[in-house]
Design a protein around this ligand. Structure first.
Ligand code: KIV
Ligand code: ZN
Length: 522
């Protein structure tokens, strides 16, 4: 890889997915990975294989199916992690990367690891050598690097590069750094390690956003010699998140005068699509005023601005919205559109569906076409994503009837189908609630014998018009402290709420079954 190019290392599926309530199933991860490949990221960090069977499978499947980017698996600096990561990324062949990390800061050494610096150096070298015995492409991260003694950090960088690391990633793990200071640290490493200057090894940065400085710190690092940036779509990630991919890429693209000679290989026209997909798959909404991908990012409301833009766009707009994928909607489909038209539009939107899934989507398309005049690309995307996020349904909605209004006690009658090992059973119950949504969810709780606490609930119109599809995202705690995200869409918002809640119940039951299997050692 040429080092005057900035390598975009996407960790949406690892650090992004690590934040509470963002977890995705295999199908969802695969869809995000496909979109990241269309976006042309250089590296996809697909997961942390030792942490669970699910993470291992996701990394292995992505390594097998996704062509183009390198595929990385994360590992602590211990043999069993490295071996597991190696097995997971193996199907990617020459594009496989193992990313090993070990803390180096005084506070981590003293309180977390209880090890001396000499011991850390030894372990780091051993870990890198072990990873190198599996793959050529090895990345090492001294965790909490920004709070590590700079001279020790230089020693660690030299040692791991000598042991075979081709990328050394400098994480600002707790979001502590300030741009000027972080830039100086990267400069110091750059001039102190000959392999960074010769291009034999690449300096990477991985910044967290606790002080809202993740993007600024990453850009300061690039100016100082870093050539890989680790980031996530929409900036999702642990706590306040990671550096946001779209902001970094567009800063470099929009200001070539400042970042002279530097470029990323990202297909920027895929940015908005990637943002929406990740938002839907994780259930993390994008704030309206978010740079580049928020709904208001290019909306000018002041008359002076509008007037200026009409005269010359560049007076108030520093980027062309089309360059990041805004405003590329096609004519809407209607109920008269045939299977071929729907299939062609889906391909245009970037979805590759099996015949089976296409049939399911087409049936749902017809149902929606009967209810609303136009089916927009966003409606279609929501339908497909509904199919992707579907999990085996222990419980499915057969019937829902709600009465509510002023002066009435909201009441819901719910009929569910229970499917277990090929046996089917229909059950029904009714409940009252403070509102129709609560009434419906309470009835579902009684039937499924779960008692989820609704921790977050959001409803958004998928497209325009009074007849728009409503999409509900529900984050539910079923008593084990984990947040399970459920999604449901319908032109009826109470039905969308019931479907989202049931989706969460089904996901919870699946994760409970796999925990049971794990504890029984199966
Ligand atoms: O924030 C961090 O330090 C990390 C490392 C594993 C790179 O995510
Ligand atoms: Zn991180």
């Amino acid at each position: 890889m040429k080092t005057d190019r900035i390598i975009i290392f996407d960790t949406t599926l690892r650090d992004g997915e690590q934040c509470p309530g963002a977890s995705m199933n295999l199908r969802e991860k695969l869809e995000v990975a496909r979109q990241l490949a269309r976006l042309q990221v250089d590296v996809i960090e697909a997961g942390f294989p030792i942490t669970s069977e699910g993470d291992f499978n996701a990394v292995q499947t992505i390594a097998r199916e996704i062509k183009g980017p390198r595929i990385a698996g994360l590992a602590r600096c211990v043999p069993k992690d490295i071996d597991r990561a190696a097995e997971a990324v193996k199907p990617a062949g020459k594009r496989a990367r193992i990313h090993v990390f070990l803390a180096t800061s005084e506070i981590h050494l003293k309180y977390k690891l209880r090890k001396a610096q000499s011991e850390i150096l030894r372990l780091a070298v051993e870990g890198v050598k072990r990873a190198k015995s599996y793959v050529d492409d090895v990345e090492f991260s001294p965790e909490d690097a920004s709070r590590t003694d700079p001279e020790f950090l230089v020693a660690v960088c030299r040692a791991v590069v000598a042991a075979g690391a081709t990328t050394v990633n400098i994480p600002d793990t707790v979001g502590w750094a300030i741009p000027q200071e972080f830039g100086e640290l990267i400069r110091h490493l750059y001039v102190s390690v000959p392999e960074f200057q010769s291009g034999k090894a690449v300096i990477s940065v991985h910044c967290h956003n606790d002080l809202g400085l993740a993007v600024a710190n990453s850009l300061a690092a690039v100016k100082a010699g870093a050539r890989q940036i680790e980031c996530t779509v929409n900036g999702i990630g642990e706590r306040a998140g990671n550096a946001s991919l779209e902001e970094i890429v567009m800063a470099v693209r929009t200001r070539p005068d400042f970042f002279s000679g530097l470029e990323c290989n990202i297909n920027t026209r895929e940015i908005v699509k990637s943002s929406r997909l990740v938002s839907r798959m994780t259930g993390f909404l994008v704030q309206r005023n978010k740079a580049i991908v928020g709904d208001n990012a290019f909306a000018h409301s002041s008359g002076i601005h509008q007037d200026g833009i009409l005269k010359k766009r560049e007076t108030y707009e520093i980027m062309d919205p089309r360059e990041v994928g805004w405003g590329e909607t096609e004519l809407p489909l209607t109920k008269h559109s045939g299977r071929a038209a729907v299939s062609a539009r889906l391909r245009h939107l970037g979805f590759k569906l099996s015949d089976n899934d296409l049939n399911v989507v087409f049936t749902k398309f017809k149902e929606i076409g009967d209810k609303k005049k136009f089916v927009y690309d966003d409606d279609l995307t929501a339908l497909v994503e509904g199919v992707i996020t579907q999990v085996p349904e222990t419980w499915s909605l057969e019937y829902l009837s709600v009465t509510s209004g002023s002066g009435t006690i909201p009441t819901a009658t719910v009929k569910l189908r229970k499917s277990v090992n090929g046996n089917q059973e229909i059950v029904q119950d009714a409940s009252i609630g403070d509102g129709p949504v609560e009434a419906a969810l309470r009835a579902i709780d009684r039937l499924t014998k779960t008692n989820g606490r609704l921790m977050e609930y959001s409803l958004r119109a998928v497209s325009q018009g009074k007849d728009a599809l409503g999409e509900v995202t529900a984050k539910v705690d079923f008593g084990d402290g984990n947040l399970v995200t459920g999604k449901g869409a319908s032109t009826d918002v109470i039905e969308a709420s019931a479907r989202a809640y049931l989706n969460a119940v089904n996901r919870h039951l699946i994760s409970k079954r796999s925990v049971c299997r794990r504890t029984k050692g199966i």
